[in-house]
Ligand binder design. Structure first.
Ligand SMILES: Nc1nc2c(ncn2[C@@H]2O[C@H](COP(=O)(O)OP(=O)(O)OP(=O)(O)O)[C@@H](O)[C@H]2O)c(=O)[nH]1
Ligand SMILES: [Mg+2]
Length: 293
């Protein structure tokens, strides 16, 4: 007797900074995608895959939903809309304090989705029980058909229960990916993201939003991984800020990124970081395409 295999897509959408990437990592049980207190951390749709003998749960992280201000934003919103097309189940992630009537961007998109939906109210660790109950009520009213559940992705509240629920509700289907795969993205992508995470952490104002990171070479050895990557900014003045006085800022960026990458790849890393200007890359269709948008 053979057991039927279950597989499906569970896609997470929501406004910027509500904890989508934190939730993906919590469900996977590892730090796959980058998270940050600044909004607009995630720029792509990124899959995280949970494999079991008889199931494959394909989770999608997506960029936060916003009103596009430049071309890169349009590509980010395309990534969100694609996640609405292939979802077997849609997770609408909101945070405590958010109200349906003030979250038009996400509510409108979610209302277009016809399949089963979970509305998860995240960050319930930040409020009283009364505030949480009020929020659950408001979201249940906005989405009468959806299952509405409180959550703390950061502190693990309801995360194991959610993972089990998602696996239990997968449709019968053969696996979509190799059962060894953990993501649709390769090592180079995650390395570039780890460098970008440090840019988000160490630089202020426009800099993180003007920066792209490209890994040009990635040579994995037994004991040492050699990486050359470019930190790309939009203007000469931004290049100066990234480098800092006497190169101090860039050295810190390089060191901190290297340490994070070493943890990820499991070998010592030699990281050669160069800063380049690519004039207004964020606004240029051709350049965006080259950078994977
Ligand atoms: N207190 C609390 N903070 C959380 C929780 N989940 C996420 N956060 C924090 O919220 C911030 C944003 O988290 P992310 O996971 O980067 O949010 P995101 O929705 O992926 O953001 P974008 O990619 O920018 O759209 C980070 O500082 C997280 O640590 C939670 O359950 N409780
Ligand atoms: Mg994110």
């Amino acid at each position: 007797m053979t057991m039927a295999h279950k597989a499906g897509y569970v896609n997470i959408i929501g406004e910027p900074n509500v904890g989508k990437s934190t939730l993906l990592n919590a469900l996977l049980g590892e730090q796959l995608v980058i998270t940050n207190p600044k909004a607009q951390t995630t720029r792509h749709r990124i899959l995280g895959i949970i494999n079991g003998e008889d199931h494959q749960l394909v989770l999608s992280d997506t960029p936060g939903i916003l009103d596009p201000q430049y071309r890169m934003h349009h590509s980010m919103m395309k990534a969100v809309d694609e996640a609405l097309i292939d979802a077997d189940l849609l997770i609408v992630l909101v945070e405590l304090g958010q109200r349906p009537e003030k979250a038009e961007n996400v509510v409108k998109r979610a209302q277009r989705f016809k399949g089963p939906m979970l509305v998860l109210v995240n960050k319930v660790d930040t409020g009283t029980e009364e505030v949480v109950l009020e929020a659950l009520h408001a979201w249940q009213n906005a989405f009468p058909e959806a299952k509405v559940v409180p959550l703390s992705a950061l502190h693990g509240l309801n995360v194991n229960e959610l993972r089990q629920y998602l696996i239990d509700h997968l449709p019968e289907h053969p696996p979509y990916f190799d059962k060894e795969d953990l993501s649709d993205r390769n090592m180079r992508f995650f390395v570039s993201e780890m460098i970008r995470e440090k840019v988000l952490a160490f630089y202020k104002q426009e800099i993180p939003y003007s920066t792209e990171v490209v890994v040009n070479s990635f040579e994995e050895g037994e004991a040492l991984t050699k990486i050359q990557a470019d930190v790309i900014v939009m203007r000469e003045s931004q290049k100066g800020i990234i480098i800092g006085q006497g190169g101090k800022a860039l050295r810190k960026l390089g060191t901190e990124a290297r340490i994070a990458i070493e943890r990820f790849v499991g070998t010592k890393v030699f990281l050669d970081l160069r800063v380049k200007v690519d004039e207004d890359w964020r606004e240029d269709e051709r350049k965006l395409k080259r950078y994977g948008y």
